[in-house]
Ligand binder design. Structure first.
Ligand code: PLP
Length: 361
């Protein structure tokens, strides 16, 4: 039997009547932009994350740009960001006028640490983007203790937890993506910013709507970057199920462990005190190509996501660091995402592990 890399359809199947009703409600209302569904979703997301504010925006990339600008990042500033992440984590920085400065990660967790961030600090560092990669929770408090404001890129970490709370409430502000494959996905593009800071929230609300402020005039050059009513209504149906789905993802990781995956490959290590809602289950092996080929032969989908780290992408070479990012290059070369979803069961996990065992001989 084939095992897919992810399964977004199965968890949604049971919610279909409620989703249909939510869509019909919006269509009947005739309100499609910044109406009651977006307001209600923002309140519900803020309550879920335990933050004072949530602001819906058009996608997770613009959420980062708008959050950085709302935190006061602009021309002449530096923003530290890990290179081993989805491209958008860094791509969102230059539109603010600031420069991305790439830092390394810890190979075991996939996340930046206080040490890797410290090595990248400059006199111009205005903020650090802590990426909760693959659902693992970056050590935000330790990074913030360096004395720089932290923006969490929580695009992959909806449903994760740590001793300090949930992603979304750990830094000065945080951003989410609701791209359909994420842990909480809408039926198109969507994103959000969460924060406890009233001023950052106010500025983000202004920037997402062309810079239109309370003064009744255009106060900034902003964006047309709004979450729409249909997406908000669909997200409201799903949000109450995020924790159940997160438990399913953690259970799937447990199935892999039980089936002996750790004897074959290096497993991802949760950061201290964290319970990741694994968005992707990314293992490492020196013979990753042989592993990928063997899995493919057995009908198991697997994929290397960030084979070329961001600082080596053509658009980012002008920002590439002088010193090498050892762990980044190493993990980029050896990582492989295995099937992961809230409904991946013990049988499927055993099948993946058997295929991996055969592949690695
Ligand atoms: C998906 C993702 C983004 C961008 O989100 P979009 O909604 O696709 O713009 C940013 N950062 C990370 C880590 C992501 O995984």
């Amino acid at each position: 039997m084939a095992v897919a890399l992810f399964d977004t359809a199965s968890p949604l199947r049971a919610l279909r009547p409620q989703i249909d009703a939510a869509i019909a409600r919006v269509v009947d209302s005739g309100r499609f932009i910044l109406g009651p569904e977006v307001s209600a979703f923002e309140d519900e997301l803020a309550a879920y994350c335990n933050t004072r504010h949530a602001i819906g925006v058009a996608n997770g990339t613009e959420a980062l740009t708008i959050a950085l600008r709302s935190m006061g990042v602009g021309p002449g500033d530096d923003v530290v960001v890990p290179s081993f992440t989805f491209y958008a984590s860094a791509e969102a920085i230059p539109p603010t006028g600031a420069r991305p400065v790439f830092c390394d990660i810890d190979a075991q967790t996939g996340c930046a640490t206080a040490e890797t961030v410290r090595a990248a600090l400059t006199p111009k560092t205005k903020a650090v983007i802590a990426v909760h990669l693959f659902g693992n929770v970056a050590p935000v408090a330790e990074i913030a203790a360096l004395g720089v404001p932290v923006l969490e890129d929580a695009a992959q970490a909806m449903g994760s937890r740590c001793d300090g709370g949930r992603p979304g409430a750990l830094g000065q502000a945080a951003t989410f993506s609701f791209f359909p494959s994420k842990n909480l996905g809408c039926f198109g593009d969507g994103g959000a910013i969460t924060t406890d800071d009233d001023e950052i929230a106010e500025r983000a609300r202004t920037l997402r709507f062309h810079g239109w402020g309370d003064s009744g005039s255009y106060e900034h050059v902003g964006y047309n970057s709004r979450l729409d009513e249909l997406q908000a209504a669909i997200l409201r149906v799903q949000l109450p199920h995020v924790d159940t789905w997160a438990r399913g993802r953690r259970a799937a990781a447990g199935h892999y462990l039980q089936a002996g995956l750790g004897e074959l490959v290096t497993l991802p290590a949760p950061t201290a005190g964290s319970q990741p809602a694994w968005h992707l289950y990314v293992v490492r092996h020196e013979r990753v190509d042989a592993l990928a080929e063997g899995l493919d032969r057995a009908g198991v989908q697997a994929r290397g996501y960030y084979r070329t780290p961001v600082h080596r992408q053509p658009a980012m070479v002008t920002f590439a660091p002088a010193a090498s990012l050892r762990a980044t290059d190493d993990v980029a070369r050896t990582h492989l995402a295995l099937p992961m979803s809230p409904v991946l069961d013990a049988e499927q996990a055993a099948e993946v592990v058997e295929a991996a065992r055969a592949a690695l001989g």
